[in-house]
Structure formats: C-alpha cells, structure tokens
Design a binder for this molecule. Sequence first.
Ligand code: HOZ
Length: 443
Amino acid sequence: MNARTMDSKLKQIKGTGKSEELFARAKELMPGGVNSPVRSFRGVGGSPLFIARGAGSHLWDVDGNEYIDYVGSWGPLIIGHSHPDVIAAVQRTAENGTSFGAPNPLEVDLAELVIKLVPGVEMVRMVNSGTEATMSALRLARAYTGRNKIVKFIGCYHGHSDALLIKAGSGAATLGIPDSPGVTPSVAATTITVPFNDVPALEAAFKADGKDIAGVIIEPVVGNMGTVPPKPGYLEAVRRITRDQGALLIFDEVMTGFRVALNCAQSLYNIDPDLTTLGKVIGGGLPVGAYGGKRKIMEMVAPAGPMYQAGTLSGNPLAMVAGLTTLGKLAEPGVFEGLMARTDELVGLLRETLHRLKLNYQVNHVGAMFTLFFTDRPVWNWDDAATCDTKRYAAFFHAMLRRGVYLAPSQFEACFTGTAHSAEDIDHTAQAAHEALKEVCGC
Ligand code: HOZ
C-alpha cells in the first residue's frame, strides 16, 4: 500500500515548496527563521512546515497538506484546534475589548476554576507564559525562605529564565546548548542540578547546601526530555526531603497540568506541593501562565506582600476566556476519561507494533502524553534519554510526516493527544508507525 494514502481519508502529501520558500525568507528576518528554537526542525533536519490552519486534531500546511497533529501547539490545544466553543468565546469577548490593564471578571472566574481543579493551589497569580510562571515561583521561594539556591533536575526544562537554563532539556538539549551563554556565573552558581529519579543525589545536594536551598523545582512527570515518569515513591521522597529541610517544593505543571490527570500530576501521585506553576492548557491556545500555592506563601506577592511581579497583559480577557472554555470542556463528564482511553489505545498499538517488529525501543506514557524513545534502555532520567539514536528518530519523524502524521520534531519532546483525536486518527497513526518503523529500521 502506498505509505502516503494508506486507507485513510488523508490526502497525498503534495510537496512542501511554499513552506520552504517561507523558511528561506524567515531565516533572513528572524534568528534561525523561527520564534522558538525547537520549531525549526534542527532536531530532525529539513525545513519546518508553515501552518495555514488547524481544526480538531488535524493541521494543514501552506501547501495544503493535511496531518494528524500530536504537537497541539506544544500542549495547550488539548481539546483540539479552533474548537468552536473557544473561538466563539474569544470572538464574543474581543468585541468588548482585548485588554484593559485593570481587573476584569474573567480573571476571577479562571482563578476560581484553577483553585477548584488544582489541589495544591489556594491562591493564584496569572502571567503570560510558563517561563514567567517558573521564574516568579523561584523568586517567591527565595523571598519566602530567605534562602538563595534552587535545585533543578538534569534534563528538566522550566522555560528560559537565567537560573533555569542550566542542564536544561527541551530545545536547549535538542540543540546541544543545555547551559546557555549569557547566564552569568553568579546566577548559575545558585542553581544546583541533580539527576531525576535519584533520591540519594537529592539527599546529597541537601547535605552539601541544605541551609541555603530555597526550593526544588520539578516536572513531576518530565516532558522536556521526552516523557519520563517518576519511579514509584520518588515524588514522595522529594516531598519528604524538602519538607524536612525547610525548602519549598515547586511542581512545574506547565506541561502536566490538566494533561496527566484533570486535577494535574499532584492529584495523580497524591503529593501536596507548596507552589505549582501552570501554562499551556490553562490558556487554551492563548498566552497564559500562572503560579499558585499555599495562601501564606502567595500572600508574599505584591501588592499583598513585598515580592514584586507584574504584567501589562496578565489576566487579559481573551486569554482568560480561552482558558476557561478549554478547562470547562475538559471537565465535562466523561471527556477526560475518553482522552485517557484513546491515548492508552494508541500507546498499546505502538507497543504491539514494536513487539511485532522485534524492536526493543521504549514507549513512555502518562495520561495524554507519550514518547517513543529510540533506545533499548528504559528511560528514567537524562542519561537514559541521551542514549537514544536521534538520527533514527529523525528518520522516523520524516517517515511519519510523509504518511500524514505530525510528531514532535525532537526526540527530547513529548507527543500530546487531545480529545479531538478520533478512532480513525489512532488507526492511521498506528499503521503509519508500523510502516515507518519498518522503513527506518530495515525490518
Ligand atoms: N517549550 C516548548 C517545548 N517544550 C516549545 C515551544 C515552541 O516552540 O512553541
């Protein structure tokens, strides 16, 4: 069967000339031709697709090719592209103005919903991106504890603020620049890094520096080295150690929030963090981040308290209503359960295919995120992820693209499912994966 058509309704890939032309223009105008590095396809080679539109689980590029999308704008579009309710709510809201720089009722509604859905959040501050959320949470941890250092995990990515661009995952790992130039040595010296899923390493860090550690920031399920779950008991140990040592535990749920469970990873693993950072789904495709946590800590934030943080567009009505509508849909009875079942089905089919082809590659999966790692070694941390055959991942990525399936353009990113993925999408993807693996692995 022709790989491109198979027996699905997706049309033949016609070529990507218009995307290539746009990329040539863009490279003259923007660094690397993009506004965020991992989009550039540097991790897989070739020219990135320029997207004309998205609807449900599908994307169309400027050349008119159609793809099943497992990137979902890197997570926010959990109910699909251009969901009619989100579009209608944004249009309706925009008619009354796009930003006021003054309080508006939708901020209160979204804060209320977030506090209801996220067990560890008693008060919340809206910002405009995950980077702002994590950066502000670190400042808050320092302000609250009066300590200077933070602990992060090797291969975790928490946005691009200076203190967190140390041994970072995501695009930084993909491009081989986990420690960015421009971060001053004095800032870098305040960040301690330890391997994920390694309790003794964290204990040793506290033994060495404990009295000056303000907080530990962690992706409870890592998404930014590909999907990496915590080992049983690991998050409990992190909680115990931070509590014993008087450091705050910051769950970075920018990626996992409303994705690994409706009530976030903290409910899935039953851990009570001091602070939580959110992004992606909370904005339903518009720029939103948030940080929140225990009332006594959040009351340190200005103007309630002295820790300063502000934002011109923070809490703007368009972003608030997109988030509210998205979370509202997700919380409808049966919707999240359906998403879990569909993702389980896809992951099951991928594992079956690997087994049938006698390939020992690893599929990690939690909730609505998963990664096919091109390594035989179980992936529990960055050292494991780094053993992947990234060239083979790149070949697989392109083989899937030719079959109308758009995966994350880097081995070190998670793929995301959403409520719009249909049974037909899953079948097509599984069949495409079977053929693509045979093609790139020669089996
Ligand atoms: N930070 C995102 C990946 N983990 C990439 C964002 C983007 O390129 O849009």
